[in-house]
Ligand binder design. Structure first.
Ligand code: NZQ
Ligand code: ZN
Length: 385
């Protein structure tokens, strides 16, 4: 029997108009720094709505957090927070702004070089500033988890950290804020959430039917809603449910007490660090080869996935697994996301570079059984060229 602790202190405010709740969620006397990305929060009016909700509080702004937030930019915000004696951070954006805010929250009180936070996978974090989020892009689940991914440009390193100190205090999820998303980001979000679920679900059976059924329900919901989000971009019910699926996919609830994989993500991060390709696209080009090459050790769950999620009952074991992988690939492609390295102009020399990066970052024993070594990573990428 498995055992686990489940700690998730993030308060969720879900629904249209919920940005107004900021007034109750942030202390009146707080000096707030609002963090946002390029220009979308300004252009769409979300930033103004946030500022109006903050009323008379002292508020400063820090824009320009990039997609795949960089250490270089975030350290500028760390300096500003210290200089201005900010005591509350508010992220307005997608996973990148939220992840960046988590890093800033941990880096401000950190003693020593904050890059150590990433090098220690968060183990060295002992405290963090309080922060909340206003989510504008359903995808990463960062709004309800304690993970963050930061890129250090000068090293071409994209590394993750986790710490209980960086759960958001609250997250506001107003699905109407997602209407302005370009199709590409909607598709990215669906595929990213999908793969967050497979990273936790497609391992080996441990008699955890609640986690399994919950994961299968979330996958089926994504399969149903993903294409609708593209064909009916004004449908609020679709947007709302999509937002909640993406949050649930990586809030911790489906992953408690069970083995996790995450090899696809670790390889994907190296591809983004090297070639600046959107996160969701990198993992979409890794996952099919990953499942194909590891079909033996994942056999039972792959068959369960095929049967329960895709209704595959015909054929022998290998044929069923082939169909499950093909269905997965078709789904990503139907969302407009290509699934082969060559679709992104990557070739065998790119694979050499990715393998070198994995080695440099110590990603040499990945997966739920730590059996994805560099040779296996190479095989996976070659399988999906
Ligand atoms: O920069 P702006 O102008 O704001 O535009 C953003 C950005 O260019 C735009 N956007 C966001 N909301 C919008 C909008 N445009 C119009 N209307 C809106 N409502 O979308 C672009 C992409 O935003 P980004 O935040 O980068 O996307 P996403 O949420 O997919 O986050 C990706 C980052 O999260 C990390 C990824 O590695 C990547 O760095 N991840 C974080 C995880 C976590 N913390 O648990 C897990 C994930 O696996 C992932 O690794
Ligand atoms: Zn992801």
């Amino acid at each position: 029997m498995y055992s686990f602790d489940y700690y998730n202190p993030t308060h969720i405010c879900f629904g249209e108009g919920k940005i107004a709740e900021l007034d109750k969620l942030i202390p009146n006397e707080a000096k707030v720094l609002i963090l946002f990305g390029g220009n979308s929060a300004k252009r769409t009016g979300t930033l103004d709505e946030v500022k109006a909700a903050l009323g008379q509080r002292k508020v400063l702004e820090f824009g320009g957090v990039e997609a795949n937030p960089t250490y270089e930019t975030l350290m500028q915000a760390v300096a500003l927070v210290k200089e201005e004696k900010i005591d509350f951070l508010l992220a307005v954006g997608g996973g990148s702004v939220i992840d960046g805010t988590k890093f800033i929250a941990a880096a401000v009180p950190f003693e020593g070089e904050p890059w150590e936070i990433l090098l220690s996978w968060g183990a060295k974090v002992t405290q963090a500033m309080p922060f909340g989020t206003v989510l504008t892009l359903p995808a990463t689940g960062s709004e309800m988890n304690s993970a963050s991914v930061v890129t250090r440009k000068e090293f071409q390193s994209k590394l993750s950290f986790m710490s209980d100190h960086v759960f958001p205090r609250f997250s506001i999820l107003d699905p109407t804020k997602t209407f302005t998303l370009p199709e590409r980001q909607v598709a990215n979000g669906v595929v990213d959430a999908f793969i967050h679920i497979t990273e936790q679900y497609l391992t080996y059976p441990v008699n955890a039917p609640v986690q399994d059924r919950f994961a299968e329900g979330l996958l089926q919901t994504l399969i149903e809603l993903g294409p609708l989000a593209l064909s009916e971009p004004d449908n609020l019910d679709v947007r709302a449910n999509l937002m909640w699926v993406a949050t649930m996919a990586l809030s911790g609830v489906i992953g408690k007490g069970i083995p996790h994989d995450w090899a696809t993500h670790m390889i994907g991060h190296e591809i983004t660090a090297l070639y600046d390709i959107d996160h969701a696209r990198t993992i979409a080009m890794v996952l099919p080869g990953m499942l194909d090459c590891r079909r033996d050790s994942k056999k039972e769950k792959l068959l369960q996935y095929g049967k329960r999620v895709w209704g595959i009952t015909e054929g022998d074991t290998d044929e069923k697994i082939d169909s499950a992988i093909a269905k997965t690939r078709e789904f990503f492609e139907a969302m407009g996301i290509n699934t082969r390295l060559s679709d992104y102009n990557l070739d065998t020399s790119s694979i050499d570079n990715i393998i070198e990066q994995l080695e440099r970052h110590g990603m040499t024993a990945l997966g739920e059984k730590q059996d994805v070594d560099l040779a296996m990573s190479r095989k996976i990428l070659e399988r999906n060229l």
